[in-house]
Structures are given as structure tokens and as C-alpha cells.
Design a protein around this ligand. Sequence first.
Ligand code: AMP
Ligand code: ZN
Length: 111
Amino acid sequence: MSDCLFCKIVAGEIPSTKVYEDAHTYAFADTNPQAPTHVLVVPRQHFSDIADLARDAEASAGYLAGIRGLVEQEQLSDFRTVFNTGAGVGQSVFHVHAHVLAGRPMGWPPG
Ligand code: AMP
Ligand code: ZN
């Protein structure tokens, strides 16, 4: 998608701090971290949100494998994975991304 921030990051047109990548997935540091570890994981292919991605079984499997790859590489045992879906709950970039958060205690339910 030509006008998508995260497509541009995946393409290297906008700089990012890479944390992990594989054939299907790219992961980079969030510029406004909410925890000591705050990584955004995106599929290289553009999908607007998790519901859009879920329509494509192959891409979904590749994406989940990418999240696993990140978690294994970073040796995360306790982490929170958040998908904001829709502007009403705070989605601001409409290229699906998991927030992977770790490194501090986190309450439940979230506020
Ligand atoms: P969301 O509000 O769930 O759509 O999450 C978007 C996230 O992208 C926010 O946590 C932002 O801090 C983060 N963000 C925005 N622009 C960039 C960027 N250029 N590089 C890294 N993270 C970004
Ligand atoms: Zn995109």
C-alpha cells in the first residue's frame, strides 16, 4: 500500500530499529515504548487489521510463526501481545501490528 507508514518501514523507506525479521514478518522497536520491551510485529504484506489478516490462512500462519520467532530470539517468557483493532480502541496505523510488551509487571484487566 503506497500510503501506509508500516509498508514504508518494511520497505526501508522510513527508518526503524529492527529487532527481528523473516520471510513473512518484520519486527521493530516502538518509538513510544510502554514497557522495557515494546516491539511492533507486522506482516510484510499489507493487511489493515487482525480481522483482515485472518481471512488469509497462509499469511496468518506465517505471521504467527514470526511472532514466535521474535519471542524465541528475545527469550521472552512473560509477555503481553496487543492488537488494537479500530480507531475506537486506539488503532492509529492501519497495517496490522502486534504490540509485544515485556519487562515490567502488567495489571489485568488493562485500564
Ligand atoms: P496503534 O495505536 O495500536 O495503531 O499503534 C501504533 C504504534 O506505532 C504506536 O505505539 C506508535 O508509538 C508506533 N509508531 C508510530 N510511528 C512509528 C515509527 N515510525 N516507528 C516505530 N513505531 C511507530
Ligand atoms: Zn501497510
